[in-house]
Design a protein around this ligand. Sequence first.
Ligand code: NAD
Ligand code: UD1
Length: 309
Amino acid sequence: MAKILITGGAGFIGSNLAHALVKDNDITIIDDLSMGKEENIADIDVTFYHHDVCDSAFMHKLLSENKFDYIYYLAAVSSVADSVVRPLETHRVNQESVVDTLEYIRTEKLPIKKFLFTSSAAVYGNLPDFPKTETSHVDPLTPYAIDKYASERFTIDYGNLYNLPTVAVRFFNVYGPRQNPESPYSGVLSIITECMKNNKPFTLYGDGLQTRDFVYVGDVVNALIKLATETNESTVYNIANGGETTLIDVIRTYEDISGIKLEITYKDSRHGDIKKSKADISKLKNVGFEPQWSLEDGLRNYWKYYSEN
Ligand code: NAD
Ligand code: UD1
């Protein structure tokens, strides 16, 4: 039984990860509930701290008292658009808290087995090379992307400079149960699900031809556990499905699955929005990962979960 810390563990991906790990491990979660929800983890036996990861003294105490084996660092202001509105506040969470944690682990020589940081496909920006491999050029266009890239580099360089066991991942567009739809900046499929369920109109920013590599959260959780427990190199991996779908196509597929027609209002595209996104996932496949969920199966499961809860 390993001791595991999940920062941001009451959020969408963190709570799905906690559900997958809880059976065989001792899980601690810290989350300020800015986007996460306690109900996401109410049905599992974890130690939960409703707290801000930017509280350095609290984090240091938590780390020194527990001697975690694995740290999955997911706490972040996860919205690109929100970071454009609040660059300094989001920077404190998305970068400073990460470096502070790494530095404490280093200086206190904490005996961790792995520190895993969750970065984003947003680091690639709008450059033409396609699909995106981990060696593609980066062009972070928003405070969110800048902080993700910097924190990812800190994570990898703490591995290479100081021999800490670290790894970083770049998620593409993750969807599935427990994604919070309540913010205007929430993930698009959570907003669409909410609109379908409540017969509300959906605002589509842009022409609907922007593409994304949508990956089901079940695949993401499996990839995270594999990278934390089965790899030894401080490096970065794309986590995605490897497909590319326009927003309008994903809506049509989802309409077929739910049997509900979405009412769409079109507005201008958002500032800093990425036009095309698709991952090359060869590096992840080389460590033995295969996505198990097609977009159709993932959407079907998401709709089923939503209908039952
Ligand atoms: P999420 O917003 O559901 O999860 C982030 C969690 O962090 C939330 O529960 C939030 O309450 C918590 N949090 C925010 N600020 C905090 C603070 N100061 N102290 C403590 N907790 C804090 O989003 P998610 O989709 O689960 O994302 C998890 C991670 O993956 C984030 O780092 C995000 O940037 C990254 N990511 C997500 C996607 C995606 O498609 N969902 C894609 C790329 C990267
Ligand atoms: C998402 C993630 C981000 C991650 C990135 C990696 C969230 C909230 N954002 O950003 O953390 O780093 O993937 O690829 O999970 N849209 C609408 N109407 C809406 C909402 C969105 O048309 O109501 C459009 C957006 O303008 C965008 C597309 O849908 O073109 C996807 O938006 P969103 O789900 O916010 O994802 P990303 O911006 O790609």
